[in-house]
Ligand binder design. Structure first.
Ligand code: ADP
Ligand code: ADP
Length: 226
């Protein structure tokens, strides 16, 4: 568990594009924060800097009080889910869920306990013996979320995880995600360009435009002020 502190973080890409401009944002321990804004506003860049997939040009990032600004992704105690879930195709659902823990030499009983818990929360029990090719898009995305959460990371980062799904499935996944967060309480940053998704999922919503953080508030307060 851990709060995420984004302290005056900027990103200037080679070539001079300032994608993120001195963003200050604190995500509380256990909070579900949505980053929303139009395409190109810098939300993916900010998320990728929290993950360590993109270098920070200026500023600092702390997770659970620890300065992670210069740490590689595996050393940050985070888990990520992207739009294009990269499940391991030759492994079953159960093996996909267990893989990260096995690599970390987690004891067998502990792996079994956590995989059971996560598969129960995500309704994957009937699918454990299948390979990813035999799953629907929504099922695959649930496995990707399970694989991320089974490691009990300090922070859970998602970049447009539902945008490849059709509207009906997206709506159902929104409900599942909200329930999942209620149960695990992992500090979450969720990137989307979809306002409905932002307003229904976010405990707070951070609105970005042109690399700048414009507002950050609970959904019911967001569009009240000019
Ligand atoms: P969003 O996620 O809100 O769509 P991005 O963070 O992907 O926005 O992009 C923010 C800005 O940075 C855009 O102007 C984009 O073109 C630019 N950008 C993103 N990635 C790179 C990169 N690797 N090199 C140069 N410019 C980039
Ligand atoms: P492990 O469970 O062994 O930590 P991960 O599933 O987290 O492995 O993935 C390993 C690496 O691949 C990480 O750096 C992660 O950021 C990246 N990764 C995972 N899923 C995707 C994806 N869908 N698209 C792009 N990169 C991904």
């Amino acid at each position: 568990m851990g709060a995420i502190e984004i302290d005056a973080v900027s990103k200037v890409y080679d070539g001079g594009v300032c994608a993120v401009d001195a963003v200050e944002l604190e995500v509380a321990d256990g909070e579900f924060m949505v980053l929303v804004g139009p395409s190109g506003c810098g939300k993916s860049t900010l998320l990728r800097m929290i993950a360590g997939l993109e270098e920070v040009t200026h500023g600092a990032i702390r997770i659970g009080g620890r300065d992670v600004t210069r740490l590689q992704p595996p050393d940050r105690d985070i888990a990520m889910v992207f739009q294009n879930y990269a499940l391991y195709p030759h492994m079953t659902v159960a093996e996909n869920l267990a893989f990260g823990l096995r690599q970390r030499r987690t004891p067998k009983e502990e792996v079994a306990r956590r995989v059971d818990e996560v598969s129960g929360m995500l309704g994957l029990e009937e699918l454990m013996a299948r390979k990813p090719v035999a799953l629907s898009g929504g099922q695959r995305q649930r496995v990707a979320m399970g694989r991320a959460l089974v490691r009990e990371p300090a922070a859970f980062l998602m970049d447009e995880p539902l945008s490849n799904l059709d509207a009906k499935l997206r709506a159902s996944m929104r409900g599942q995600l909200a329930r999942l967060h209620e149960r695990v309480g992992t500090t979450t940053v969720y990137v989307t360009h979809d306002q409905v998704e932002a307003m229904t999922l976010g405990q707070r919503v951070a609105v970005m435009r042109g690399g700048v953080l414009q507002q950050c508030d609970v959904p019911q307060e967001l569009f009240r002020r000019p």
